[in-house]
Design a protein around this ligand. Structure first.
Ligand code: NAP
Length: 221
């Protein structure tokens, strides 16, 4: 058993989620940023790979005070649980995502010193020998009552989850810029699939700002 898992991603018109320098780019307009904030507020947990933390240093908190209050009124934490998938505990101890209600999922390969440094900055969960075992992580999350996880990238984590069949839906906002670069990350990188592609079912297309939001449901591998 695992939680419901949704990948949300913003990409350029040429399918890039950032630049060749792997630095964050503003792809969404104001209305799409508000959509993402409201989406976050619906989820029990938000998850990113350590590559995204190293590149962008996101906070992953909800920006709108009204949405935070709404959650609190429902007896939930103001922000969803913030999860970083980080097999070797590479996350800097001053990363913005760390703090109360943050969880770093790591593996047995993480150096003890790094783990010790993180201990009072986040909850640590060791799942996997060399890499975080994503299926086992989701099982642990479900066991502790996490019913929904919003994955906010990046390219490597997205692909790993999709390949393992651990995703239920994908929302992509396609913005009105071209980024280019054969090494710039896309929605799903990793080793890629040669056959048995992940199949999607189109649920909705909607214009937001100067871009398009597309909602897909995963049909299967
Ligand atoms: N536009 C958007 O919506 C958006 C959103 C997020 C990020 N981004 C961009 O995406 C880029 C970062 O993507 P990224 O691919 O470099 O990093 P990432 O997907 O955020 O993180 C990948 C890392 O996660 C760790 N990991 C742990 N267990 C794993 C597992 N089982 N499978 C796969 N990975 C696992 C791996 O490092 P270890 O082996 O050390 O654990 C891996 O290198 C940045 O340029 C960022 O700006 C864009």
């Amino acid at each position: 058993m695992r939680p419901y898992v949704l990948i949300n991603s913003a990409m350029s018109a040429d399918g890039k989620i950032s630049t060749v320098a792997r630095k964050q780019v503003r792809i969404s307009g104001e209305n799409d940023l508000q959509r993402v904030d409201a989406l976050r507020a619906r989820f029990d947990a938000v998850m990113v790979g350590v590559g995204t933390v190293l590149a962008d240093d996101p906070k992953l908190t909800i920006k709108s005070q009204a949405l935070k209050r709404q959650r609190a009124d429902q007896g939930r934490t103001e922000n969803p649980l913030r999860i970083v998938v980080d097999s070797r505990a590479r996350i800097p101890s001053n990363a913005a995502v760390l703090g109360p209600n943050a969880l770093v999922a790591t593996s047995k390969r993480a150096p003890r010193k790094s783990v010790e440094e993180l201990k009072n900055k986040a909850e640590l969960l060791v799942v996997g020998e060399n890499k975080v075992d994503l299926a086992a992580l989701f099982e642990c999350l479900k066991d502790r009552g996490v019913e929904s996880v919003l994955v906010e990238g990046g390219a490597t984590l997205n692909f790993a989850l999709l390949r393992l069949g651990l995703v239920d839906a994908i929302y992509t906002f396609i913005g009105n810029i071209i980024i280019g670069g054969s090494d710039a990350p896309t929605l799903a990188d990793g080793e890629g699939l040669r056959d048995d592609f992940v199949k999607l079912n189109l649920q909705e297309i909607r214009q937001i700002d100067d871009g398009v939001l597309i909602k897909w449901r995963i049909v299967g591998l």
